[in-house]
Design a protein around this ligand. Structure first.
Ligand SMILES: [Zn+2]
Length: 454
């Protein structure tokens, strides 16, 4: 029997029912429906074959299992419907584990009600839209019915797995041998590579007392709280390019996002950077805004890295000072600030020149101008604190970024999903989703769904 014979047979089944005025979309759905049961039976048969052939060995120690039950039934929801198959249950005399070897081979977790493909669809859809909306999308795109609660539960379960994987990497990064094995995962970097690390933070709204909201709200208590999500992205200079439409892009980037505090963030970032080639990079460059935590972290974890404060933030500070001195939006303010902006970008020691000039101005300000004096002092403090992080002229000649635009766009991408209007997240739930979203962005989807690689 040839492929065309199968097609002929299917065509004969379908054709008499067609009304010949259907749109192609309708025809596509018709073909899907007509072949669904065939595909389901096919998958069921193949699954049963794998289950029957599974070697009765212990997945931990490899010893043969003592059979406890033969052919215990399991039903799994797949993309083509319910799949039922039987498998043997055994006990390992050595480690005492009870296992279904067939489930292990099939990549089915003990209590997972859904097939790996369905799990993947759940995880992906919930990453892109809240479960309530995802349900409809899944039905439209994949033609399968998955309830909102299943979508949510499955995505959450995958999030928990992503957390475990991330935790393992962090553990590795804490020991010397582990550091070496993380570094070994990195691709071979070109010579004289520059690795850029950008950091920023945004906040997420969480409900701290799950289940007690009403009671507490009635009592006039605050039920939501904002938590910082520390976020980083890392890439190499040679991974930047320009698309055909002229837009800049970064071919391959690493991501970190967590709300578990700065120490966890630092360790996760280190683990990620190692996997991206931190130890091979000739230059490491850290970019961020003026936030103190960024520079403390840089000092602690990336001691030899070059540091650069985002040019746009520095400019904002100068514009604010100009407004304080000459009025917001006035021609005087603009005329005052422009030379400073030029110095910063074009002079070798531009930041020092700006500082010296502002110090002179501070002396020249009349006694009565206390507000202006304070404004100048404040910005002088900021500029002096970051003066060694403002080598913009050198940055340009080296083709390095002056701004932290990459992390700003990363944060806004995360926020688009995590900060939907009126949305609350639970303490554990959002970290699991963050881990899942980050694993996806990091191109490690296959570590949760091995079929993704084939
Ligand atoms: Zn064993």
């Amino acid at each position: 029997m040839k492929e065309s014979d199968i097609v002929d047979w299917l065509y004969d089944q379908l054709s008499p029912n067609c009304t010949h005025d259907e749109t192609m979309g309708e025809l596509e759905k018709r073909v899907d429906r007509c072949t669904l049961e065939i595909r389901r039976q096919l998958l069921e048969r193949l699954t049963r074959d794998v289950a029957a052939d599974a070697v009765l060995g212990c997945p931990d120690c490899g010893r043969m299992l003592a059979v406890v039950v033969h052919g215990r039934a399991r039903t799994v929801a797949s993309t083509v419907g319910a799949i039922r198959f039987g498998r043997t249950y055994g006990r390992c005399g050595e480690c005492g584990h009870y296992v279904y070897p067939a489930d292990v081979v099939l990549g089915l977790h003990v209590r997972a009600p859904a097939s790996p493909r369905v799990q993947e669809i759940c995880a992906l859809s919930v990453l892109h839209a809240p479960a309530g909306r995802a349900e409809e999308d899944v039905r439209r795109m994949n033609g399968i019915d998955i309830s909102t609660s299943t979508l949510h539960r499955e995505a959450r379960r995958q999030g928990e797995r992503a957390l475990q994987l991330r935790g393992r990497d962090v553990e590795l990064s804490e020991r010397e041998s582990g550091v070496a094995s993380l570094a070994a995962r990195a691709p071979k970097l070109p010579q004289h590579s520059t690795m850029v690390i950008e950091m920023d933070a945004w906040n997420i709204r969480e409900r701290d007392c799950w289940g007690e909201t009403e009671k507490r709200r009635d009592a006039g208590e605050e039920v939501g709280r904002w938590h910082w999500v520390y976020t980083a992205t890392t890439f190499r200079l040679d991974q930047r390019g320009t698309a055909q439409n002229g837009r800049p892009f970064i071919a391959d980037r690493g991501y970190v996002a967590t709300r578990q505090g700065l120490d966890q963030f630092r360790q996760q970032l280190y683990a990620e950077a190692l996997q991206r080639g931190l130890l091979q990079a000739e230059t490491v460059l850290i970019l961020g805004d003026g936030a103190v935590w960024i520079w403390n972290l840089a000092k602690k974890q990336f001691r030899k890295a070059r540091q650069r404060v985002d040019l746009f933030h520095v400019e904002e500070h100068l514009w604010d000072l100009a407004a304080e001195l000459h009025g917001r939006g006035t021609a005087e303010a603009e005329g005052w600030v422009r030379p400073y902006l030029r110095w910063l970008e074009r002079r070798k020691n531009g930041a020092l020149d700006v500082i010296n000039s502002l110090e002179e101005l501070h002396c020249e300000l009349a006694e009565g101008d206390q507000r202006k004096q304070e404004a100048v002092e404040k910005e002088l403090g900021y500029l002096k604190l970051h003066k060694d992080r403002m080598d913009y002229k050198a940055a340009k000649s080296l083709g390095q970024p002056c701004g932290s635009g990459a992390i700003e766009s990363t944060c806004s991408q995360y926020q688009r999903r995590f900060k939907l209007t009126g949305q609350f997240w639970t303490l554990e739930g959002d970290e699991a989703f963050l881990a899942l979203a980050t694993l996806h962005r990091n191109g490690r989807w296959h570590s949760l769904f091995p079929h993704d690689k084939s």
